[in-house]
Ligand binder design. Structure first.
Ligand code: ATP
Ligand code: MG
Length: 425
């Protein structure tokens, strides 16, 4: 049997490649999600793409889908048990603790991040095995203004991109004073329902998660379930009211959603999600909340904190669903078309000089025909083509062609850079 040489590889299941021109939108979204954070006192943090698996087991939670089903784990040749990061919060908190950022006396420590995350999920539109998030964490302060700040910054980021059809869902999960009694009441209620075995098991480990079950058969039975909001202690109520009124004062609309949960013991109080109505079942574009107990779970001191993560992939899909066209700076402003060897050398120098002046310039490489090169010029989206032939060289000029109007003018070679720069600025 002859072995056929495999000439085509495919991206792994559940992943996709970002290619031009769409990749420019993706970069712009990442940038726009981060911009409000940069001007609000958040410093950039970057952590490794993998961590000790135990960090996520504890920092995300043994009973979560992320840890039980979705993690990419590996054993290194040296015997370390690692996992590709499925989310950002645990790593960022680990990094802050390791560097003692919280001891410098200026709490909260405000950090933002952007990068790739990995979850072994069932791939579908808006749900991938490799995806991208921009996230923010405010570590070490129990201040409702921080919760409000983060929600506002995400809101403003989405708005700056031109998104409109998103909603903010808000809830409070209580804290270690009031949640245990609520949890018990909820368990009691849930045990009386007609549920499958997995869900019954979940009642014992993570009952709040059951509220989040998307199945109609489950949701139907949840009418009349006890709600956290009716069990909040005074401190939690006051805290939540303050978050709500800060948002209202800022003119940001939100919906109280008593069933919105993050089912872990160390998620406390504020919890929120940004949902977009044009995305079908993968409707969450971002989410977050308070995690006052997380630092202690990973061996740190008590550091009440709040954060969010916004999905870049789904934000791009949401923009498409709304038909928003991002206004991006031109990838190429000037496209140079040299005819002949000497012209190529001169053009190379001109393009270099233009770039150094900040003009986005490209050149027809590969000794292509004039016709072919002009096609590239048009495809590049450039405003001007810069033409240089043998006769031009002899006369010491180059031709500017305005690719919008078709108008062509002759400019002396030593004025090319100055004139083009002036025209474009
Ligand atoms: P979902 O309920 O959709 O699974 P999640 O609660 O697991 O979301 P988070 O862990 O809160 O999501 O992550 C924050 C954001 O990251 C989500 O709102 C979403 O936009 C994005 N995200 C999460 N998982 C994926 C994925 N597999 N593919 C693409 N984006 C994702
Ligand atoms: Mg998920």
């Amino acid at each position: 049997m002859t072995r056929r040489f495999v000439s085509t590889f495919k991206a792994p299941k559940g992943t996709y490649d970002l290619l031009p021109p769409e990749s420019a939108d993706f970069l712009a979204v990442r940038e726009a999600l981060a911009r409000p954070l940069r001007r609000s006192g958040y410093g950039y943090v970057e952590t490794p793409g993998f961590e000790n698996v135990e960090l996520f087991a504890r920092g995300v939670g043994e009973s979560t889908d992320i840890v039980t089903k979705e993690m990419y784990t590996l054993t290194t040749k040296g015997g370390d048990e690692l996992a590709l990061r499925p989310e950002g919060t645990a790593s960022v908190l680990r990094a802050a603790l390791e560097a003692n950022l919280h001891k410098a006396g200026n709490l909260p420590v405000k950090l933002w991040y952007s990068g790739s995350y990995y979850r072994y999920e069932r791939p579908q539109k808006g749900r991938y095995r490799h995806f991208s998030q921009v996230g923010a964490e405010a570590i070490g302060a129990e201040d409702p203004a921080l919760d409000a700040e983060l929600i506002l910054l995400a809101h403003d980021a989405y708005r700056s991109l031109g998104l409109r059809d998103f909603r903010i869902l808000l809830n409070s999960l209580g804290d270690k004073r009031c949640r245990p009694a609520y949890r018990a009441a909820l368990q009691e209620f849930l045990r009386g329902l007609d549920l499958d075995e997995d869900t019954r098991a979940r009642i014992e480990i993570n009952p709040l998660r059951v509220l989040d079950d998307k199945r109609e058969s489950v949701q139907r039975q949840l009418t009349g379930a006890p709600m956290m909001r009716d069990h909040l202690c005074e401190e939690c109520k006051t805290f939540h009211e303050e978050v709500r009124s800060l948002l209202t004062d800022a003119g940001v609309a939100f919906e109280d959603d008593p069933r919105l949960v993050r089912g872990l013991d160390y998620y406390t109080r504020t919890t929120f999600e940004f949902v977009h109505d044009g995305l079908g079942s993968q409707s969450a574009v971002g989410g977050g909340g308070r995690y006052d107990g997380l630092s202690e779970m990973i061996g740190g001191p008590a550091l009440p904190s709040v954060g969010w993560a916004l999905g870049v992939d789904r934000t791009v899909l949401a923009l498409r669903a709304e038909g928003v066209e991002l206004e991006l700076p031109a990838a190429t402003e000037v496209f140079a078309v040299p005819i002949g060897e000497e012209a190529r050398r001169r053009m190379f120098a001109l393009v270099t000089a233009l770039r150094r002046e900040g003009v986005a310039a490209d050149l027809a490489y590969g000794g292509r025909s004039m016709k072919n090169a002009m096609k590239s010029a048009n495809r590049s989206g450039a405003r001007y083509a810069l033409l240089l032939g043998e006769r031009d060289l002899a006369e010491g000029v180059a031709q500017f062609k305005d690719l919008h109007s078709g108008e062509q003018t002759s400019v002396s070679l030593d004025r090319v850079v100055a004139e083009l720069t002036a025209k474009l600025r």
